[in-house]
Design a protein around this ligand. Structure first.
Ligand SMILES: *[C@@H]1O[C@H](CO)[C@@H](O)[C@H](O)[C@H]1NC(C)=O
Length: 327
């Protein structure tokens, strides 16, 4: 539906638009040296993202000890991170290598659509994960009842549905505006604010609509996530045993790190007042954090800080060695 809708929009635009493609400037204003380092850093990060998140998907599929709702959400989250990183990083790497910087309007719209859809889905998945932890810690007796498999599936499906619906709304708002030049996007991927700058119409209304939608969508899950974690923390503080406290705290602190990184950097970029929006370089650096650094942190944070995942990994490695040894 989205693709058809988008095609219709784009065809309707053909007549009033003179721009056929955009140029993604990326990091062309920084020195060649720095571009080389950025390429190496982002390339390495992308490898870590692919390998680390695939490992989480694999280990949660094969190890029976991880057949719980928490790891079901984590598996879907890792899958999402791989998609999310693949929307922006490969293109950025090509750009840094000095490849073709032009991007057709359709590709730009598709990139913008997936980037936002996956970003919104990520907020809601983080919320589902926070909800899961808060039930597990605050009302463990009702956990199996509330976290039935069908229920978890519904939450995950709803997160993906909300993401793609809202994002198609966003993208069609942006691309119903006329673009008649200039055609240079001062960013390393097609994000909404830098593309809106190129529209040759008054973008005030569109910006206000987008801004209020984003605020609503970012604030609702963020507040609910905060409520879940404050419930968790107050329950943990009331726990009698130190061992229980430590265990509960160690799983939740990794969730909190990921949530803080993602929502923190995201809100700096999207929720700043318009006057401060000028400094796009500042935005580029922050965008690097949530497009490259956060997806890379996810597998590190969840596997290195989590005893259950570490145990499952050593079981898997042990099995591989057993198969290959003759004894
Ligand atoms: C995550 O959930 C979505 C929507 O329900 C589904 O399409 C996707 O295959 C899931 N991915 C994994 C790895 O479970």
């Amino acid at each position: 539906h989205f693709v058809c809708f988008c095609m219709q929009n784009l065809m309707a635009m053909e007549n009033q638009t003179s721009v056929k493609a955009f140029i993604l400037l990326g990091f062309s204003c920084v020195s060649e040296d720095l571009q080389g380092w950025l390429f190496a850093g982002a390339g390495a990060a992308y490898l870590v993202i692919l390998l680390g998140n695939s490992l989480i998907i694999y280990i949660t599929l094969v190890d029976a000890a991880l057949y719980t709702p928490m790891y079901f959400f984590l598996r879907n989250f890792s899958f999402l991170e791989i998609c999310y990183a693949s929307v922006t990083i490969p293109r950025m790497l090509i750009n840094l290598l000095g490849g073709n910087k032009a991007i057709s309007i359709l590709c730009c719209a598709v990139q913008m659509y997936f980037f936002h859809s996956l970003g919104i889905t990520e907020c809601f998945l983080l919320l589902a994960m926070a909800y899961d932890r808060s039930i597990a810690i605050c009302c463990p007796l009702r956990y199996t009842l509330l976290m039935k498999r069908s229920h978890c599936l519904q939450m995950v499906a709803a997160s993906w549905a909300v993401g793609s619906l809202v994002s198609s709304g966003h993208v069609s708002l942006v691309f119903t505006l006329p673009y008649c030049g200039p055609d240079e996007i001062d960013h390393f991927f097609c994000d909404i604010p830098p593309v809106l700058k190129l529209a040759c119409a008054d973008t005030y209304r569109t910006e206000t609509e987008l801004f209020s939608l984003t605020v609503l969508l970012a604030i609702v899950p963020a507040v609910l996530i905060l409520i879940s974690y404050s419930q968790i923390i107050s329950t943990i503080l009331k726990m009698p045993s130190n061992e229980g406290k430590r265990k509960a705290f160690s799983t939740c602190s990794s969730h909190l790190i990921v949530v803080t990184l993602f929502l923190g950097t995201g809100s700096v970029v999207y929720l700043q007042p318009k006057s401060r929006n000028q400094s796009l370089n500042f935005n580029k650096v922050f965008s690097l954090i949530y497009t490259v650094v956060t997806p890379m942190f996810n597998p590190i944070v969840y596997s290195l800080r989590n005893k259950e995942v570490k145990d499952a990994l050593s079981r898997a490695i042990g099995k591989i060695f057993k198969f290959s040894s003759p004894y």
